[in-house]
Design a protein around this ligand. Structure first.
Ligand SMILES: [Zn+2]
Length: 216
């Protein structure tokens, strides 16, 4: 949703906004108060419908999101009210607070919006992109690379060591989570952790992704 705010107020980096702009409503929004900002084609394939871009737009356009929220142009204020409205417990750390180098920040943001690996590009109908992973698995998704790709065993081992070294990180609890919950923890932090711990988790993840992209 913060991503949609960035996109709507044209604060998102071009590599992200370009893809959303394909869906921007070209008609002026002033004429009708209820005119949607973004429109996704009614006819979509299953893979498009499940993609992050389309689901983000659907969330932004959902009736339950109050119009007043969308009219807040200042991201910090928007985020504050959105958190109260939608995600009372969800931790959201903006990547600008993470002391990441530019490359790590970019790959983290791309991973957060499912727009980095082969399967994602395939979903967005990039020409000639084969969704297969280099290991032969049919879909090179984030979950595959993070948790099961046999080519990344060493990197994953290092990630586990790095995570275990983070003060207050509960590795036993983490190991019991399912893949989706683990991925959420890695990309956004865990809801039970303090902000400093979450910053370290997310920074560790960003560096891990930077290494992955060199391999794949
Ligand atoms: Zn693989």
């Amino acid at each position: 949703m913060l991503l949609m705010h960035d996109v709507y107020y044209e604060n998102a980096p071009p590599y992200i906004s370009n893809i959303f702009n394909l869906y921007r409503n070209k008609r002026p929004t002033r004429a009708l108060r209820k005119t949607p900002h973004f429109i996704v084609p009614a006819k979509q394939s299953e893979k498009t419908r499940r993609g992050t871009v389309v689901s983000s737009i659907s969330e932004w356009e959902r009736d339950t999101l109050p119009d007043q929220l969308k009219t807040i142009p200042i991201k910090r204020t928007f985020k504050y009210h959105l958190k109260k409205h939608l995600f009372p417990k969800k931790t959201l750390i903006d990547t600008v607070h993470l002391n990441l180098d530019r490359q790590a920040e970019i790959v983290l943001n791309k991973t957060r919006c499912d727009f980095i690996f082969r399967y994602h590009k395939f979903q967005h109908q990039f020409n000639n992109v084969n969704p297969q992973c280099l290991c032969g698995f049919r879909s090179q998704t984030t979950q595959h690379l993070f948790f099961s790709c046999p080519l990344l065993l060493d990197l994953r081992e290092q990630l586990a060591l790095d995570l275990a070294g983070i003060p207050n990180f509960n590795i036993n609890h983490y190991n019991k989570l399912n893949a989706k919950e683990k991925l959420d923890t890695l990309l956004y932090g865990g809801s039970t952790y303090k902000i400093e711990t979450n910053k370290l988790i997310v920074t560790t993840t960003a560096n891990f992704i930077s290494l992955i992209v060199d391999y794949v």
